[in-house]
Ligand binder design. Sequence first.
Ligand code: FAD
Length: 293
Amino acid sequence: MNFSFEIFPPKTDKGFEKLCSDGGVLDQLNELNPAYISVTYGAGGTGIGRNMAVLKKIAESKRSLPVTHYTCINNSVEGVREEFNTFLENGISHVLALRGDIPRGQPDTGGAFQHSSELVRFLKNEYGSRIHIAVAGLPEGHIESSDFHKDIRFLKMKQDEGAERIITQLCWDMEQFKRWYDTIRHEGITMPVDIGVMPVLDPAVTIRMALSNNGCAIPADLARIISRHWLRPHVFNPEEDQETMELRLRDFRDEGMAYTIRQCREYKKLGPAGIHLYVLNKADVARKILREV
Ligand code: FAD
């Protein structure tokens, strides 16, 4: 089983420096020998930002494989072609092909493709074996989907169009994950699966990632960790001082990391191709998880 990491392009020069300078986060992640490092693209409705600049740094390092996320949002055929020609010119030939989240107030993707399967088909027709395509798998079903099995049929469609790998959405509900995993195999989906794991480091981020777009369940044991270290404002003590708050956050992180490590060990038993850590640009988190798992 391999490990891979997902990072996001920093918005500020300082963040970029921290990630990409000599000895920075990227170098530290490379020391852990990931199978690949993927870079998000406009996630959470933000701009594409420095996606390409970060990918180039990964490619130049020659120490890990750069994978770009890519979405259909507001991308025309010409735009997709132009961006992929640039990706390929810069040694980036692996993509996680996504639809993207439809921006609020917009009726559709606003681009040439409405679903990731259409993007996969286009990329395969256009670039053939020059491009390697991964797609998203959603163990709890997509938030817009009314039917778990229909979602899986669309996943199969992506395989038929030429996708080669699945990277999954975070899923803290282990039983649900197993149900999904068994069902996709039963439905003839043979693509290797990299299980997406979001380290539990901050209560607000944990809740937001589960509920803002994804509709993911927060199981009771994780909910209890959040409750035990509930941060701000503390309902019964709104005046709590900064030091106590920091102690609470530290305690939350310790328990959250232990939870994440337990989860990775459970996932490992299922024999997936890999675990894909959303490392949130934190090399120490990745290091600790790899050491323990
Ligand atoms: P699709 O496969 O197009 O599915 C979307 C919905 O349409 C589903 O309900 C599906 O059942 C349905 N559907 C699919 N095909 C068809 C069809 N042919 N006809 C009718 N209905 C269909 N977003 C970003 O903006 N940037 C990122 O960097 C990013 N990174 C991500 C990384 C991972 C690992 C994951 C899991 C998600 C990521 N996302 C990112 C979020 C992703 O863009 C959203 O989850 C998005 O809402 C759905 O993308 P999709 O590729 O699964 O869409």
